[in-house]
Design a protein around this ligand. Structure first.
Ligand code: PAF
Length: 282
């Protein structure tokens, strides 16, 4: 039976018990409103650890002033039940006061340079500062041996990899493949904002990523592929933040560059911002 913990002292006691028994601890950080994609992260964590902690915390420091912090769906009871069924041992649900004892505004902030200046970093200023600010706290609280992050948030994963290595956190990061609906739409808590009319159009993102990959593999230039992607998304009703092909480190590939590449899209359908990506090798 899953245990819901809301006090840091109780979490520390439980973690210490497990550690003294030599158990390996797996961690899945989330913002709640969990779906099958999250549950698959728990199953993946289970393959690498003896006990699993998932956190459910809607983190105020990673939302911009005009973003969806207040309306972000909060479903703690359903989250705990789903985590229980998925094989999670503890759900860590701290309050904002527990996470940020001096208040979110007065919190010690973390910042990863360089990689956070592009793509979502430039479209959502401060977003990744908020992500690493909370993830560093979560790592200190849970003290996991392994932590699982989804590849849907490709840039977030790259940022977390950088900061775990730079700060020498003794944590192994495991990247989980993106879970998709039958039409290819990446699973996301934000999908539920989509209206019945918008929902079919949302699958255009995945179709466009596949076309971007195929275009590059067939020898089209990067700019041609990106322009065509932008037109396809705009024709489907999206307002585009970006549709780009980058190296695995998220820099522009040189003309004809081969190796690991990734196509990335961020676009809004109405007020719903969706992101997705597709890795491939040239
Ligand atoms: O990917 C998310 O859900 C969040 O950014 C995370 C990692 C839980 C930090 O709040």
């Amino acid at each position: 039976m899953i245990q819901t913990i809301v006090e840091l002292g109780a979490l520390r006691t439980r973690i210490a018990e497990w550690k003294s028994g030599g158990l390996r601890i797996g961690f899945v950080p989330t913002m709640g409103n969990l779906h099958a994609g999250h549950h698959s992260l728990i199953a993946l964590a289970r393959q690498h650890a003896d006990r699993i902690v998932a956190s459910v915390f809607v983190n105020p420091t990673q939302f911009g002033p005009n973003e969806d912090f207040n309306r972000y769906p909060r479903t703690p009871d359903a989250d705990a039940a789903g985590l229980d069924a998925a094989g999670c041992d503890v759900v860590w649900m701290p309050s904002v006061e527990t996470m940020y004892p001096f208040g979110a505004e007065a919190a010690v902030r973390m910042r990863v340079p360089g990689i956070t200046d592009v793509l979502d970093g430039s479209h959502r200023p401060g977003h990744f500062d908020g992500v690493v600010t909370v993830v560093s706290r979560l790592f200190n609280q849970v003290q996991p041996d392994i932590a699982v992050f989804g590849k849907k948030d490709y840039q977030q994963l790259a940022v977390i990899r950088y900061f775990v290595r730079d700060l020498a956190f003794p944590i192994e990061l495991i990247a989980a493949s993106t879970h998709r609906e039958a039409d290819g739409l990446a699973m996301s808590s934000r999908n539920q904002y989509l209206s019945a009319e918008q929902r079919p159009a949302a699958a255009t993102i995945h179709r466009t990523l596949l076309r971007m990959r195929d275009g590059i593999v067939a020898g089209q230039s990067r700019t041609q592929v990106e322009d065509e992607a932008a037109r396809a998304l705009e024709a489907a009703g999206f307002v585009l933040d970006y549709a780009v092909v980058r190296t695995a480190m998220l820099v522009e590939p040189a003309a004809g560059e081969s190796g690991a590449l990734v196509a990335l899209i961020a676009a809004k359908l109405g007020s719903t911002r969706l992101i997705d990506n597709l890795e491939f090798t040239l």
